[in-house]
Design a protein around this ligand. Structure first.
Ligand SMILES: [Ca+2]
Length: 119
């Protein structure tokens, strides 16, 4: 028997989670993103930090070069762009160990060693 939110595997007896976010093209609206769970999904908040605006096309948080208080490269439209992503982690990991290491790259695929995470 297959529970709601799962599908039957090709072997005829294994159950696999449906990634509703990808397969059903869930739209959670602005300032939220779809997060897949086993057997379900939810829309989680992704608020922009203070002084950042929401880009309506990409849903990224952008810090626009609108004042001299914001350090911007010459001719740049944005001083910073934040994109939210979810990362699937493998289950069964032992406690008290690093699970992932995040690295930041700019749009030109250059490594950004000075980037800090928020929160
Ligand atoms: Ca799911």
């Amino acid at each position: 028997m297959i529970r709601f939110g799962y599908r039957l595997g090709l072997d005829g007896f294994s159950c696999y989670d449906i990634d509703e976010c990808l397969e059903e093209n869930i739209n959670c609206g602005a300032e939220k993103m779809c997060f897949n769970h086993r057997g379900s999904y939810s829309c989680i908040d992704i608020p922009c930090p203070p002084d950042y605006a929401r880009d309506p096309t990409t849903n990224f948080c952008v810090l626009e070069c609108v004042s001299t208080d914001i350090p911007c490269p010459p001719g740049a439209k944005y001083a910073d762009i934040i994109e939210f992503r979810t990362v699937a982690l493998p289950g069964g990991q032992p406690a008290r160990q690093d699970l992932i290491r995040l690295s930041a790259y700019n749009q030109h695929d250059q490594f950004l060693p000075q980037v800090r995470s928020l929160g």
